[in-house]
Design a protein around this ligand. Structure first.
Ligand code: C2E
Ligand code: MG
Ligand code: MG
Ligand code: MG
Length: 288
């Protein structure tokens, strides 16, 4: 129900919109608290080599563990945080946490495991973004190649010039960048010629029906071929079944990610997962 205002106030909000606004105001305030009370967590989802099935990288995905409401999806609070500017504080926290994790994960490993971090357009185009990253790499003594950055095509809409400059700077620093959710924006093909990026992550929506829809299958195959002609690494997100895995392997996709292999999980569980993997025989050893 719409709130009663002053005597001469005109009420044009429907109660539903008012409710949504209240909900957003509450979420926003609570998100402020979450940052102060350590209610954010990073989970990590393995990304595997399609030839060997072995984890080569993990994607860091933020979680908000709300004391009363339980886990709130980043799909809900990241867009909100982007609007309120809170994404900057969240993004800084995520980067620092990811760098801590890179150091921990690689203490005992022989083959390096990279950590990919999602960066929102606002954070990516901020003037101190590169400087922050440089400081973190130094503080944790990390090779730049251990940290990967995922951005969507949205960074180009946010500020094309700055975004392209930042991409070049990252490349010069030795930090690899992936285009996330590839295929869902609309300028996809023209900018591929220009941008110094390393990977394309094919959006989950194309993978979802890849076994039923000939069209989706053709699109996915086309993206993979195109990417490889441009010397880009391909990643398929959202693999949930063995059938989907088989098709993507057959199409030559480089890396695979999805619930079929592993869900995003806290660091302790990831360590357990990786330990298991190291002890398990390779089901499909790479040639040589
Ligand atoms: P994204 O970067 O495209 O991340 C992949 C999303 O797909 C994750 O959702 C992941 O849990 C989900 N996923 C992975 N495999 C499967 C699968 O097999 N099936 C299905 N149905 N889903 C799968 P999540 O964690 O809810 O994150 C949603 C989005 O929120 C992310 O999409 C990313 O855009 C954003 N996000 C998450 N963490 C961060 C962060 O730290 N910073 C920023 N800026 N954005 C973030
Ligand atoms: Mg991502
Ligand atoms: Mg994605
Ligand atoms: Mg996505």
């Amino acid at each position: 129900q719409a709130k009663k205002g002053g005597r001469n106030t005109v009420h044009w909000y429907s109660s539903e919109i008012t409710e949504q606004m209240n909900e957003r105001v509450i979420l926003r305030r609570e998100l402020e608290g979450a940052l102060q009370q350590d209610d954010l967590q990073l989970h990590f989802q393995p990304i595997v080599d399609s030839k060997t099935g072995r984890t080569v990288s993990v994607e860091a995905l933020v979680r908000w563990i709300h004391p009363k409401r339980g886990m709130i999806s980043p799909a809900v609070f990241i867009p909100l945080a982007e609007q309120t500017g809170q994404i900057i504080a969240i993004g800084d926290w995520v980067l620092r946490e990811a760098c801590t994790t890179i150091a921990k994960l690689n203490q005992t490993r022989e083959e390096p495991l990279t950590v990919a971090v999602n960066i929102s357009p606002l954070q990516f185009t901020r003037s101190n973004f590169l400087c922050n990253i440089e400081k973190l790499l130094q503080e944790f003594s990390l090779e730049p190649s251990m940290l990967e950055i995922e951005v969507t095509e949205g960074v180009l809409f946010h500020d094309e010039e700055i975004a392209i400059d930042t991409l070049h700077s990252l490349q010069n620093m030795g930090i690899r960048v992936s285009i996330d959710d590839f295929g869902t924006g609309y300028s996809s093909l023209s900018y591929l010629r220009l941008l110094p990026v390393h990977k394309l992550k094919i959006d989950r929506s194309f993978i979802h029906e890849v076994t039923e829809s000939e069209r989706d299958c053709a699109i996915v195959g086309g993206i993979i071929d195109l990417a490889h002609h441009l010397s880009l690494v391909t990643v398929a997100e959202g693999i949930e079944t063995a059938e989907q895995e088989a098709i993507l392997k057959q199409q030559g996709c480089t890396l695979l990610q999805g619930y079929y292999f592993a869900r995003p999980m806290p660091l302790a569980d990831l360590n357990e997962f990786l330990r298991h993997e190291l002890n398990a025989p390779l089901d499909n050893p790479a040639p040589n």
